[in-house]
Design a protein around this ligand. Structure first.
Ligand SMILES: CC(C)(COP(=O)(O)OP(=O)(O)OC[C@H]1O[C@@H](n2cnc3c(N)ncnc32)[C@H](O)[C@@H]1OP(=O)(O)O)[C@@H](O)C(=O)NCCC(=O)NCCS
Length: 208
């Protein structure tokens, strides 16, 4: 499945909200109001992933659909959902360097710490690398390479500048390797945040 990443539009919010509710326990899922605030105020940090090709490029699905009208209808619906949204990543800016309940529920446009609130993939499209590529793409957006030719210097020096100095997120223990491997994050330790029943871990990625 090939994926295209785009900023989340207002009309995408209904599907995003449904996916958020289906993917997180009730005491962890962001509310529709919260997701709306993130899209409205921090839209450039809210990215959705859409499939650009069919769910089944092998032709097996098409053959199966010939045998059953129901299968064909289900496949068409799945394809339509995939082309709509298969997953999303959203975050907001904070000026402080500690993630707490307030940084999770607000956006400070002058902040330089990007707090990721959700990395989510529709359960029908999981374990196909969607989250891995979404995370890598999301993080790479904030690294700006600036090739500078210095005066009296034969060398071109590459420096990295970005409006986002640091990316932070909280995750559960099982996903620590995922964030390390696909986002380049480092584990800081257990977080003091209590959000739902389980322990959360602070992960950090320095960009500047
Ligand atoms: C977690 C989630 C985003 C993973 O999405 P996905 O598209 O299935 O992930 P990928 O297929 O890109 O997998 C990438 C890697 O993460 C691993 N991984 C995926 N889901 C995992 C899980 N639940 N627990 C541990 N590792 C997991 C995969 O094994 C893979 O590792 P590998 O390359 O070493 O084999 C998805 O299961 C989800 O939306 N869950 C509900 C929301 C959630 O909990 N989000 C995380 C908030 S911190």
């Amino acid at each position: 499945m090939s994926i295209r990443f785009e900023p989340c539009r207002r009309e995408d919010l209904a599907r995003v909200t449904t996916m958020e509710r289906a993917s997180y326990p009730a005491d962890e899922a962001a509310s529709a109001v919260s997701l709306e605030m993130r899209q409205r105020e921090a839209g450039e940090f809210f990215m959705v992933a859409r499939a650009v090709d069919s769910m089944d490029s092998s032709g097996e699905g098409a053959r199966a659909s010939d045998a059953s009208g129901t299968a064909a209808t289900e496949r068409a619906a799945l394809d339509a959902d995939a082309r709509s949204i298969v997953g999303y990543v959203c975050g907001t800016l904070a000026s402080g360097d500690v993630l707490d309940e307030s940084t999770m529920s607000s956006h400070d446009p002058s902040g330089d710490v990007l707090a990721i609130h959700s990395v989510c993939v529709d359960e029908r499209f999981r374990r196909r690398g969607v989250a891995a590529s979404a995370l890598a793409h999301y993080v790479a957006r904030w690294i700006v390479h600036d090739d500078t030719q210095h005066e009296n210097d034969d060398d071109t020096t590459t420096t990295t500048t970005t409006k986002v100095r640091r990316v932070r997120l909280l995750c559960k223990e099982n996903l620590i390797p995922f964030y390390e491997r696909y986002g380049g994050f480092a584990l800081e330790g257990a977080s003091a945040v209590e959000h739902g029943a389980e322990t959360w871990f602070d992960m950090v990625l320095d960009l500047a």
